[in-house]
Design a protein around this ligand. Structure first.
Ligand SMILES: *Cc1c(COP(=O)(O)O)cnc(C)c1O
Length: 357
């Protein structure tokens, strides 16, 4: 057999999850976030399933150009904007939209050539303190854009720092109020909501929502599963047991002897390690499926392999199918066990992974 690990991308699940965005935010336009190679799912592959989205958001200029060249006519928004006047020229040429979040970018705008050629999302820093103009700088930035004939549609935006946490409305209210105060009376379209805000705070939906993680079928919340939210996993990483070791009580497993058997047991070796994108810091006990049954990894994850407990799994042996995450094994559970979030696992899928749709 060829090395059996692969990532299967379920495009119908992606379409379904987009329909869940529409169900939650029926009046907003949807800007599907496909940065980081569509969260590891493959840019053009994901875009093909999301083709009914009203727009796309990402931050890699080369990927945005590939998307335009592939024939997508929707707005394509660069969420970090541009970094040089050379990039600005490409953005104009390919009719991309750009977030403007810093005065450095404003100072490049005189390089624009075409009237109404650039649609922008002007970003307000409402307290996350990552990107965006401070409230007291915002009006001046907006006036500058309005006075520049090369600027087309202006949309106002911000980004929530805690829409996913347990605090309830309080987690978005101060940012939401500040945004409303600063944007009041401007009569411009607005965009605020990421997946967590789409799912929990309908009052923030405004004109454009920006779903990322929920499209890929993972939950932005630690207290609600993707299944609870009606989302379907898009990526399933599967592999097989490629060897079996029968060990005795007291025997150790793998690098650093990180696991020691307290009884005789059968250990499966799975083709899949950190060079495939499986997190090395996933500890003993991290869940996975073998023969469709829940089990746990043992000891330290290697570059190309990991160990699985085959105790009590009927018929398990060389060739047994394994699901590392995806259908039947939520990526959120694996991420939580590895002290991270699904976003990181999905994005970290390694270039050598065989991806099929
Ligand atoms: C990544 C990103 C999103 C999507 O966030 P999710 O939590 O994945 O829904 C939305 N807006 C901006 C500006 C982003 O960078």
């Amino acid at each position: 057999m060829t090395r059996p690990i692969q990532a299967l991308i379920d495009l119908s699940a992606l379409e379904h999850n987009l329909s869940m965005v529409r169900r939650h935010a029926p009046r907003a336009r949807v800007m599907a976030v496909i940065k980081a190679d569509a969260y590891g799912h493959g840019l053009l592959r994901a875009a093909s399933a999301l083709k009914s989205a009203d727009g796309f958001a990402l931050l890699e200029l080369d990927a945005a150009i590939r998307l335009r060249d592939a024939g997508y006519r929707q707005p394509i928004l660069l969420v970090e904007g541009f970094f040089s006047v050379e990039e600005l020229a490409l953005i104009e040429e390919y009719q991309l939209s750009a977030v403007i979040h810093h005065s450095e970018q404003l100072s490049m705008l005189p390089a624009l050539k075409r009237r109404g050629g650039l649609d922008v999302f002007l970003k307000l820093n409402t307290g996350m303190n990552r990107l965006g103009f401070m409230p007291e700088e915002f009006s001046a930035a907006l006036e500058l854009l309005k006075g520049n004939p090369a600027i087309g549609q202006i949309t106002l935006m911000t980004h929530f720092a805690r829409a996913d946490d347990h605090a309830g409305k309080e987690s978005v209210s101060s940012q939401f109020q500040l945004f409303n105060t600063v944007s009041a009376g401007r009569n411009l379209p607005c965009s605020l909501a990421n997946s967590a805000a789409i799912l929990r705070y309908p009052e923030t939906h405004a004109d454009w929502v920006r779903p990322g993680i929920m499209l890929y079928g993972a939950s932005p919340f630690s207290d609600k599963t993707a299944a609870d939210l009606g989302l379907r996993p898009v990526m399933t990483v599967s592999s097989k047991v490629i060897a079996v070791q029968n060990i005795k009580v007291g025997d150790v497993v793998g690098y650093g002897h990180a696991f020691r058997a307290d009884r005789a047991m059968q250990v499966g070796i799975v083709a899949g390690g950190y060079a495939d994108g499986y997190p090395r810091h996933a500890p003993t006990g991290t869940p996975l499926l073998v023969n469709g049954r829940r089990s746990r990894i043992l000891g330290r994850v290697s570059m190309d392999m990991l160990h699985v407990d085959l105790s009590g799994i009927e018929g398990a042996g060389v060739g047994s199918p394994v699901i590392l995450w995806g259908e039947g094994m939520p990526v959120d559970e694996v991420a939580q066990s590895a002290s991270t979030i699904s976003y990181e696992l999905l994005c970290a899928l390694a270039p050598r992974m065989h991806v099929v749709a």
